[in-house]
Ligand binder design. Structure first.
Ligand code: SF4
Length: 443
């Protein structure tokens, strides 16, 4: 195709497709998310069953095969912070003796359960069963709260960790670990049959796994696309919307369609040089570590975007994606075995992305041509905050980038100081700008 013809096609494409295509991911993601909460409210109203799960190792595919609606208490909790009502929930839990140091997600959920599931986006049904892995040590203690409150079965799946982070097992190790996880899944299938009164339908599981495979392919393409200059989306702001849909609609036709459309939108933006920033141009390419500051989420984003800073990548899009970032697809000819493999690889990747991220971070700096890294340890999640200072040191030893280390919280606005954050972030960008100037002069 001649360059002129290609340019004409792009131009005509832009006039015919731009209005509906641009911003579609954010719009439809929000609508799908609200629809999901509406379904949970309907389940609560009808007294239907629901399964409580967590983003790291959710096993949603298996639960959907038993037609169980899934509830992600982590997502419910963070939504109370985004909607600026988390303080009421946290205070209610602390009045009952929870320490200010306990994970804010747990406390918000505890208070939500005490008030009959009332949530700013709807009403959350109580659990009929809770399923979790050992990806975070808090999961077990959290599920025990529901066990005591509702007298429900809680099922822990013990997933062996990587012996050496980011290095795959020897074949022998992998087979043994996969069989260990598979055995636990088969026991879970029996428990789910008892709880729901339904027989296990392996073809239904296949269908759900196939949808997750489609979503996973799109997710990895999305991560890849943000290598473009300018980056098409902000991995912290927009990435959080994408993560919500990736978890809540995992294994569904609507979820697969959403991500196919999202890839189309981001490919379009990339091909047309349309960046993530609504106002202004991309000036600094950044990578984000940790969980965002949800109590002032929009403002937190603006503190970076006002300087032309764009998060081209984030570890959040790795560890909270339920393993979609792993280059793995379920083998539909052996669904349960393959589900065990996927769970094993996904949980290992999530844990490594939280605890041992220095090597993949260095690789990401190179792949995304990042200028800087922002570390955001938070008070109430020790799991993602542990070792970030050491990671920064190792990254600085290996790459010539600027790192910013700022602390706040993902739920508790009592420990969020916008003025202090702004001071530190402004100084970081001034450093980035003068450094680029010096480098240009030297060149
Ligand atoms: S401690 Fe962190 S990783 Fe664990 S449940 Fe709480 S927020 Fe999630």
């Amino acid at each position: 195709m001649s360059t002129t013809r290609a340019a004409q096609e792009i131009e005509s494409d832009a006039t015919t497709k731009t209005p509906e295509l641009l911003g579609r991911g954010a719009r439809e993601g929000g609508a799908l998310f609200r629809g999901w909460f509406d379904e949970l409210t309907a389940t609560s109203d009808s007294g239907g069953q629901a399964a409580y799960v967590f983003v790291m190792g959710s096993l949603v595919e298996l639960l959907r095969s038993f037609e169980l609606p899934v509830v992600f208490p982590e997502i419910n909790s963070l939504q109370t912070a985004v909607r600026r009502v988390s303080d009421g929930y946290l205070s209610r839990a602390e009045d009952d003796g929870f320490s200010p140091d306990v994970c804010g997600y747990v406390k918000a959920d505890y208070a939500l359960q005490l008030q009959g599931g009332e949530h700013p986006m709807g009403r959350i049904p109580p659990p009929s069963i809770a399923v979790f892995t050992n990806a975070c040590n808090t999961y077990l203690k959290w599920a025990e709260i529901w066990e005591r409150m509702y007298d429900i079965p809680i099922v822990a799946i013990d997933v062996p960790g990587t012996r050496t982070p980011y290095v795959r097992f020897t074949p022998g190790d992998f087979t043994r670990d996969r069989r260990y996880v598979e055995g636990q899944l088969r026991e879970l299938i029996d428990t789910l049959s008892e709880v729901t009164g339904r027989p296990f339908d392996i073809d239904r599981l296949r269908e759900v796994l196939r949808r997750t495979n489609e979503m996973g392919r799109a997710w990895r393409r999305l991560l890849e696309l943000n290598r473009a200059r300018p980056a098409a989306y902000d991995a912290m702001l927009h990435g959080t919307i994408y993560l919500g849909v990736a978890n809540a609609l995992r294994g569904t036709e609507a979820g697969a369609r959403y991500f196919a459309d999202l890839v189309e939108e981001m490919e379009y933006k990339t091909a047309h040089g349309i960046g993530a920033l609504a106002d202004g141009d991309e000036a600094h390419r950044l990578i984000f570590l940790g969980v965002p500051c949800y109590p002032i989420f929009r403002r937190f984003y603006e503190l970076f975007s006002e300087w032309g800073g764009v998060f081209v990548g984030s570890t959040y899009m790795w560890f909270a994606s339920g393993g979609l970032d792993v280059d793995f697809e379920y083998d539909l000819s052996r669904p349960v075995e393959s589900l065990a493999e996927g769970l094993l690889l996904g949980v290992q990747r999530a844990v490594d992305a939280m605890l041992f991220h220095d090597e993949p971070l260095v690789a990401a700096i190179d792949r995304y041509e990042a200028d800087g890294v922002v570390y955001h340890p938070i008070k109430s999640c020790r799991t993602v905050s542990t070792g970030l200072a050491d990671s920064r040191k190792r990254v600085l030893d290996q790459r010539d980038v600027l790192c910013l280390y700022i602390e706040s919280d993902m739920m508790d606005k009592r420990v969020v100081s916008e003025a202090q954050l702004k001071n530190r972030i402004d100084a970081f960008f001034e450093g980035l700008a003068s450094r680029k100037l010096r480098m240009a002069e030297t060149a």
